[in-house]
Design a protein around this ligand. Sequence first.
Ligand code: V47
Length: 411
Amino acid sequence: MAITTDTLGDIAERVEAGERLGFEDGVRLYRTRDIHALGRLADLVRRRRHGDTAYFNVNRHINYTNRCVLRCRFCSFYRPWDADAPDVYELTVDEVVERAGEAYAHGATEVHIVGGLHPKLPFSYYTEVCRRIRETCPHLHLKAFTAIEIIHFARIAKPRMAIREVLTELREAGLSSLPGGGAEIFDDRVHDEAFQNKVGETEWFEVHRTAHELGLRSNATMLYGHVETIEERVRHLLKLRTHQDESRSSRPGRFNCIVPLPFIPEGSALADLPGPTGLDDLRTLAVCRLLLDNFDHVKAFWIMQSPKLAQVSLNWGVDDLDGTVVYYDITKREGQGTTHQEMTIDVLKRLICEAGCVPVERDSLYRRVIRGEKHWSIEGEDSQVPSPQPETPRERDQGRGLAPEGDSRQT
Ligand code: V47
């Protein structure tokens, strides 16, 4: 990345005055050598919105299959749909529901369910997953299926369905919101080079527009640090901003947050690329905070940014950490090659406190979660959900991964 001696003086004045920044500003922010000015400006905007508060959530990610009809070059998760490799898997509806139930019993407020584009699973598999989770875990927020999966469902449904019909059926079955995955970089050149067979930005936006029209919330992502340029990143963010302007002014739903995803090369067809550096991660998170003035939240996903960098980013524009996670299959760096990648509540709180912020547990719609000994509830809501019971000595002895001894394991 070409770095300039730009000291950002005029941009700082406009940020301090609360003015909206443009394309050239975004590129200058990315390229400045004055990283302290960049961090300070992003922190200013973050503190204006959220004060000292930094959010985290208690969730679990469930990846139901790694079979995929696509072959995206940045992806190390997928296995060709017809492959017979030992690590190919697809979970049954019962297995997905069991994992969600386990998470709920351990205090999770959200499950995040996504997978590859499976050629054979019928649309009823996905509605059944939602319906059964809704029945067994009534207060669990079900954030599931990227825009790319939604389009896949519309195509495989018999007879074919419209995107609106797919979303409506899933919502009736229990779906609560959409995650932001699959956006990558909205640019034809990058699309052709890194994820040629995937549907493009028109379809990604169509799904999120329809979701917002139906009153569903969703998230947005940007996968950066592979074959794209700084200019392409900035354009991607501005497209998200335009969409959010439209949703905020004319639709009942909108994006909750932006989740910038640093490319992790290991195991992918682009493994010869180095991936973004820590400073690039910080710059990107800060630029997101400064350009996306109509997004309430900038989220760091510690699974990809690493816990250490996610912590530092709390002073660089980020106000939210996802989450306890527990198992994650799409990238495996934090699990040293295994899918078990878990952060305890105690560790999340410690990361946030040490960054000088006040940790607040949120639900998927950024409402405060109130935890009591017997129940947890959402601020302003009547319903109470039983709190997780203390672990038996046997469960404690079986201890899970990243949690230091003595930490409460609540997911
Ligand atoms: O869609 C795939 C990306 C996404 C790699 O909405 C990769 O709250 C880095 O979207 N290196 C899935 N990234 C993750 C995602 C997400 C994560 C956390 C929270 C939310 C949210 C969304 O991960 C995929 C793709 O864009 N991805 N391969 C890789 N090698």
